[in-house]
Design a protein. Sequence first.
Length: 393
Amino acid sequence: MIERRDFLKAVSLGAVGAAVPSLQHASPAPPPASGKRPNIIFIISDQHRAGLTKRSGYPIDTSPTLDSLAERGVAFDRAYVTCPVCMPSRTTLITGRWPEAHRVRQNSGARDVFFKSDLFDVAKSMNYKTGLVGKNHTYLKPDKLDFWRGYAHLGGWRPANASQEVVEYDNWLHRLNYSLSDVPTPFPLHTQLPYRIVSNVIEFMDKFGHEPFILEVSFPEPHDPEQVPHPYWDMYPPNQVPDRCVGPEALKDKGFQWRWLQQLENHYYPGYDKKWRRYVSNYLGMLRLLDDQLARLLDYMKKSGLFENTVIVYLADHGDYVMEYGLQRKGAGLPEALTRIPMVWSGWGIQGGLPHDQPFVSMADVMPTLCEVMGAEIPYGVQGRSLWPVLLG
């Protein structure tokens, strides 16, 4: 009989989890005529619930660019996180391990991280330039990467000559303090974090676009604070957002944790559920703002000649109740609203037009897939499975 401590040690080393799936390796697609290895951009949005696009059957067209990317590439409509909390999920993304193995199980657990080699270690071994622009929320430190522009939910990186508007906008976010804004954001689009992040991405590409690179683009939105400027304010008016499937009346049949979460949210934001339609309106408006910035990024890549030689991945770290059950954000239970995420792959080598009903995939599968894209060995202890064979058709 295996002792419990020996089993747990094996899991922590990746020996148990890694042995369950068979890691099937595909031959990388033929390199482009230039012979240059593919670039990689993985874009992660925070608290982005799956199923809120026209392609997914939602009645409002929040994400035409993302839908277009999905139609040209492969969308995994049954993609799930390994934990619907930011830091454990993001740590899975770059280590390819489940929380039981990488040991980060909560948002304050970065110091506990355990792995052999992460995605950026592999990339550096393959002579890729590395970068992160946006929200980090993992154990990563700036000195590990070649380029770093950090952001959080209440502000972000600013150049020394940042405009007064940008400074005042960040201060306004701090005063809003993760709550819901019931007025349009009183600052122009270029002060918004997604706009600034895409500007930094362009800066990275101008600097490193001539050699293979891997870049994490991490939008802090649509995570609260729920705010949005014109023209996105009332782009989807509160009185036109779809009715929710279930309201707070359902909590009486849920567990204690669900009711506790409602009490906690009411403590910090008394009567918040009365504004649930405004919450949804702002959330959907921010999805469209994100989508437009995605379009801006892709347009730049096409004009600069980087688009055809880049693998693009779009996903989220977890979902959001979006006021179902009278709840916002996340924190109780494991409903699909929190655990299922958008995951779209497109670009170099990927065979578009494949069915969107592929088998279940997880956040842990991203890292080993990108290892194969780079032509690298998947590190020992990685528990995810490479999706590259599926993406090649």
